[in-house]
Ligand binder design. Sequence first.
Ligand SMILES: NC(=O)c1ccc[n+]([C@@H]2O[C@H](COP(=O)([O-])OP(=O)(O)OC[C@H]3O[C@@H](n4cnc5c(N)ncnc54)[C@H](OP(=O)(O)O)[C@@H]3O)[C@@H](O)[C@H]2O)c1
Length: 255
Amino acid sequence: MTLTGKTALVTGASRGIGRAIAERLAADGALVAVHYGSNETAAKETVAGIEQAGGQAFALRAELGVEGDVDTLFAGLERGLAGRPLDILVNNAAIFAGKLDEVSPAEFDRLFAVNVRAPYFIVQRARSLLADHGRVINVSSGATRIALPETAYAMSKGALDALGRNLANQLGDRGITVNTVAPGVTDTDMNSWLRESPGAGDAMAAMTALGRIGRSPDIAAAVAFLASPDAGWVTGTWLDVSGGLFLGPRPQPAG
Ligand SMILES: NC(=O)c1ccc[n+]([C@@H]2O[C@H](COP(=O)([O-])OP(=O)(O)OC[C@H]3O[C@@H](n4cnc5c(N)ncnc54)[C@H](OP(=O)(O)O)[C@@H]3O)[C@@H](O)[C@H]2O)c1
């Protein structure tokens, strides 16, 4: 219970990696704001699961990437926190986009509005609400380390990587740490092709040093470390949480 008495906002916590992060931070003792865009049922399930496990959480709806998104988000957050500061901000919500030829200008703009503009202005607004010695953790992607065909998505996460490094230097005087976590291929709705294409999961596992694809709690564990008091001297880092995806050719098993 390293986070007892702390508060956290996890964006995109209704499903997938964000849900696992919210569950883990709540299990570690934090009161968690479970943010979502439209899937109220899933957000309520996240909150109910946390409460059944003895934790504290509340759901918070705000569609990101539209006019007034950050105002809506912080109105709900401040209501839920009822005068308490924010100790942990996890910028996790994001959308995916297709290959170079598949992305229209409108899709490109929406991608950057959700994946880049929203975290930027969330951080801008959160600064006054964040407690000294607080934590900011951005969820990027291994797609900024390797060259995948989904160019625009990788570009948006590259911008988030730059935001993390830059912020770490600006918020350090208040003891606030800012770090970036980069998952590899993780079994969530964003990767529905893993469940739909036979053999896809095995193929990705074969390109991963630890021999399997990621699960959302794997990512949540890394975020929980960065949110914990033990990580107080860790800032400005980019942490690969991919199980060693695409490190290079893997040796063939003997025989
Ligand atoms: N899965 C992977 O393999 C993988 C790999 C590398 C990095 N990542 C990163 O990990 C993070 C989580 O990914 P995931 O796989 O868990 O995604 P996911 O399963 O698709 O869940 C996305 C979450 O973000 C919310 N969201 C999406 N668009 C939103 C918007 N416009 N406004 C508000 N909320 C919005 C969704 O809310 P609703 O439920 O309301 O729609 C949902 O809670 C993302 O930053 C992603 O880029 C994922």
